[in-house]
Write a protein of this length. Sequence first.
Length: 105
Amino acid sequence: MVSSMSELLVMARLRVTPGNEDAVASGVADLVAVAREEPGVAFFAAYRDASEPHDILLVERYVSSAAFEEHLASAHYQRIALEGILPRLESRTIETFDAFSPAEA
């Protein structure tokens, strides 16, 4: 069954290449700050793995899939994430989840 809710949850798992921790941490801080100002962003936060400092988790909630697409197309995402963060990563995994009502399950 298709959900009537449009909210989208995105979890981006980043593995930082050793030696790039400070640059990535700075870029992530910048990205979180500007993303939180986007009108379609309901929540945006970064977490570092307590036992593995090279692993960062971004938890992002958007009011819709379209808002997520707008985030990805933004000039600040292109500059901060694509140009600054991604080249300093060993890997990146992005998971997306559509909101649904438990009654729809």
